[in-house]
Design a protein around this ligand. Sequence first.
Ligand code: NAI
Length: 467
Amino acid sequence: MADYDYDVLVIGAGPGGYVAAIRAAQLGLKTACAESRETLGGTCLNVGCIPSKALLHGSELFEEAAHGTLAKFGVRTGKVELDLGTLQGEKATAVKELTGGIEYLFKKNKVTWLKGKAAFKDAHSVDVAGETVTAKNIVIATGSSVTPLPGVEVDNAKGIVVDSTGALALDRVPNHLVVIGGGVIGLELGSVWRRLGAKVTVVEYLDQLLPGMDGEIRKEAGKLFKKQGLELRLSTKVTGAAVKGKIATLTIEPAAGGDAETLEADCVLVAIGRRPNTEGLGLEAIGLETNQRGQIETDHDFRTRVDGVWAIGDVIPGPMLAHKAEDEGIAVAENIAGQHGIVNHAVIPSVVYTMPEIAGVGLTEEAAKEAGHAIKVGKFPMAANSRAKTNRDTEGLVKVIADAETDRVLGVWCIASLAGTMIAQAAQAMEFGALSEDIAYTCHAHPTHSEAIKEAAMAVRGKPIHI
Ligand code: NAI
């Protein structure tokens, strides 16, 4: 048998790759992980989930102090001021701590970090910074990058037309921020800068925000964001941008065609999606082709068509979510080790970390009907949840979708201040094949926001208590 440098070489140290490497090492496999970024953790830890959450948290505190409910609860503040430098510093500290944490975990688990970009030479060897490294198994976990919009050139250094990385690093609060794309990134980062004082306009091609989410939740989210002051230009496309000095002028027109108009802004965020990172990987050297969407196809075990080469995370089909990649990282390592690693792709929660948060798991009402299910839907408004009412954060609702015949839960959707935390119980219930009745008869602590999930489950059979 050929002698390899490593049993497993993972390309990319994002949430998919670093988790795969750690699990492989835990299973006794000699493991390396190639990563060219200065710090581990990929997009999520460096320029994605983590820094955005720091800015979301800080801006939420600012808004709460400046315009929120503090006074209602007897907390008097003086004039509230923003120190953006300190907020950005705290974000950087969180990123440093967490990326450093992965470096510590690599050392603890004896995962070798190969610093540099890896490119295939053949199915068992790659070039990393001029060195050839061989491995019996190679896992592609290279993630994704921002999809460019033709005619709109991003320049993060200038800070006028930016992508998510640039929007996380602004050193000023824009006067007018135009967000192109009413998806997750647009709404999270749009919310950050609105809370800190910017006028924010969201231009979305479709007739509703947040594609992929439950229709009713999308509509409700649209109403809430509008109420918060986001200007929504739905069914509208951006056809070009020109930057003159510090001002960008965008040309927009109705998605269905019609008269063009212009929008001026001192900052434009392009957030129209992400695409898999496969360029420069040398896939041609191993004869591995991508599909029409640029993704690498795998089987259920995350094997590609090339023996010994595996792939996980944003680079393969499925939602581009850190937790989906992490679970695939564990599964691929277990499969390489001869175990049975499985990811249940039907139960991957998704969360938008705005205020209120928006979360869902499983099928939307539309998808459930399309799949041929006769369904029963139970809903419960957060305004009828005692804890939310007491805390004065009553916006939103919970919606449980169950199969009308079997009562099996097909999907759960919520808008609530704590929706991201609440959705975990729905995912767990679905993973165990729960009926709506199982959730309804599970004792939930009182008073908690989570009781709204219990009540929505009770509503599936028409018997909630508090509405
Ligand atoms: P997205 O796919 O969520 O939203 C992009 C939006 O842009 C869509 O609504 C689309 O209709 C719209 N759009 C596309 N072309 C357009 C055009 N020319 N003009 C106007 N609108 C246009 O993509 P986003 O927000 O960039 O996020 C990328 C990925 O990152 C997503 O897969 C998302 O799941 C992931 N992500 C997840 C987060 C979370 O889980 N909290 C946070 C941030 C990103």
